[in-house]
Unconditional design. Structure first.
Length: 311
């Protein structure tokens, strides 16, 4: 679903130009709601500096792993290239899952032995033999011995050259990354607020100027905004984002995968009704907008104009 945006100025740098579609909830985690509010330089910069952090958050990783049977397309996109820990008789190794197959990361152990995925290990053995001057027929014989070697057993391939094809028995996510940075949540919240403000988002007020600056400067100034990190009771294949506008300041609530809950407080901004809540069902792609508070105010609040399905 796309929110129509009738203006041609970026809501971050305030410069005029061609605007690019921006996913309010990052596309990496299945976000569909978009609005063309950022120029390409700002979009690229935020994508590189801010949204890339989404894939490192261990809580989001756990949520995707938990729901991957219900949201296979989102999970495949998110988990592709993520780091896993493989374990077996050979110990723990780090690697990545690609196209459903675990592939160990290449490296060297303290004893000088080399760890490689089996196909790469085979190529390495072939190159070592070739450097030693072993003729092609003998190389093929030794490589056949490598191919037929049982797992978890050391085999001597040539003088000073041995190999073990360790079997990986289990893999589990490597969850050592940092939690979702506040700036990611600030970005989501600010873009959703912009949909409510319309043209007023371009005002040069101190409140809005400070928020725009904080998006690029990692500001922790709590008089501008603050973020609460919470959780709900259970995972669910749904994202939600909602705005409460006036009591006593704007609070944007962001719920990811039905479980991770964040409240972004804009300490010095109030927005009159109507206020909206957006939901996206990740398992079937359905999207919904609801009016939370129509109120009686007839002033600056912007009515959302939508492209695509609206329920």
């Amino acid at each position: 679903m796309e929110v129509r945006w009738p203006h041609n100025r970026c809501i971050i740098c305030l410069q005029e130009g061609n605007l690019t579609a921006e996913h309010i909830i990052p596309a990496q985690i299945g976000g569909k709601l978009s609005v063309p509010v950022l120029c390409k330089p700002c979009n690229d910069r935020l994508g590189y500096q801010v949204e890339a952090a989404v894939k490192s958050d261990p809580a989001i990783r756990c949520a995707v792993e938990h729901l991957k049977e219900e949201i296979p397309d989102v999970a495949k996109q998110f988990l592709e290239g993520q780091t896993y820990l493989g374990s077996g008789e050979g110990g723990l190794v780090r690697g990545k899952v690609k196209d459903g197959t675990f592939r160990v990361n290449a490296g060297r152990k303290q004893d000088g032995s080399i760890i490689q995925p089996t196909p790469d290990g085979r190529d390495h053995v072939s190159k070592v033999l070739q450097k030693r001057g072993v003729d092609q027929e003998d190389r093929e014989t030794i490589l056949q011995q490598f191919d037929q070697a049982p797992e978890n057993q050391r085999i001597e391939l040539a003088p000073g050259l041995a190999a073990i094809k360790w079997r990986i028995d289990t893999i589990e996510p490597a969850l050592g990354g940092p939690r979702l940075p506040e700036r990611v949540l600030l970005k989501i919240a600010y873009e959703f607020v912009a949909c409510h403000l319309g043209a007023k988002v371009y005002e040069q007020s101190a409140q809005l100027t400070d928020i725009r600056r904080a998006l690029f400067e990692q500001s922790a100034d709590t008089h501008i905004y603050s973020v609460e990190y919470l959780t709900t009771r259970k995972y669910a294949p749904i994202h939600r984002i909602a705005l409460a506008g006036m009591s006593p300041h704007v609070v944007v609530t962001i719920c990811l995968f039905g479980w991770l809950l964040f409240r972004v407080h804009f300490q010095r901004i109030a927005i009159p009704p109507p206020n909206y809540r957006y939901s996206c069902n990740l398992d079937n792609g359905e999207e919904f907008f609801e009016v939370l508070n129509e109120g009686s105010y007839s002033g600056c609040g912007a009515n959302l104009s939508l492209c695509g399905n609206k329920t």
